[in-house]
Design a protein around this ligand. Structure first.
Ligand code: ZN
Length: 138
C-alpha cells in the first residue's frame, strides 16, 4: 500500500475506546448487552432491546456484507484524495448491526452490493485503529 491518506480522527472517550482501540489486537469490538445479548452500535449507555445498563465490549468476526456504497470524486477533505468509496456494511452477528466505513484495496468496477467483505485496520495516531473493509478473498 502507498502512503496513508489524511484522516480526521475521532475523539476517543471511555464509551467508545473499545471500538477505536480494538484493532491493536486485530479485533472489531461493539458493545453487547449482558442480559439480552443485543449488539449495540453506535455506542449507547443503555441497551435499546431491554434497557439494561450492563453492556460489555465484545468482538465480532470481522466478516460483513456490503449493504451500499458511494464512489466519491469530490475532494471534500484536503489530503484525502478521490476517488474513494464510502460504504455501509452489515454484520452477520445481528440483522441491522451496521457500520459506515471505507471500502479499500479493491477495483471500483468489481464492487457490488451484497459482496462479502472483511475488516482491515488502518493504524492512525494515538492508538486509534480505523476499521476499514476490503473484499473477502474467495
Ligand atoms: Zn439488552
Amino acid at each position: 500500500m502507498s502512503e496513508k491518506p489524511f484522516r480526521i480522527l475521532p475523539r476517543v472517550t471511555p464509551e467508545n475506546e473499545h471500538f477505536w482501540h480494538g484493532g491493536a489486537e486485530g479485533e472489531l469490538r461493539f458493545l453487547r448487552c449482558d442480559s439480552c445479548r443485543t449488539w449495540i452500535h453506535p455506542p449507547s449507555p443503555v441497551c435499546p432491546g431491554c434497557e439494561s445498563f450492563d453492556l460489555s465490549p465484545e468482538a465480532v468476526s470481522g466478516r460483513a456484507e456490503l449493504v451500499t456504497y458511494t464512489e466519491n470524486h469530490h475532494p471534500w477533505i484536503p489530503g484525502f484524495s478521490p476517488p474513494y468509496l464510502v460504504a455501509i456494511v452489515e454484520f452477520p452477528e445481528q440483522r441491522g448491526l451496521r457500520l459506515t466505513t471505507n471500502l479499500v484495496d479493491c477495483d471500483v468496477d468489481s464492487v457490488r452490493i451484497g459482496m462479502p467483505v472483511r475488516v482491515t485496520f488502518e493504524e492512525a495516531d494515538d492508538g486509534i485503529y480505523l476499521p476499514l473493509f476490503r473484499p473477502e478473498e474467495a
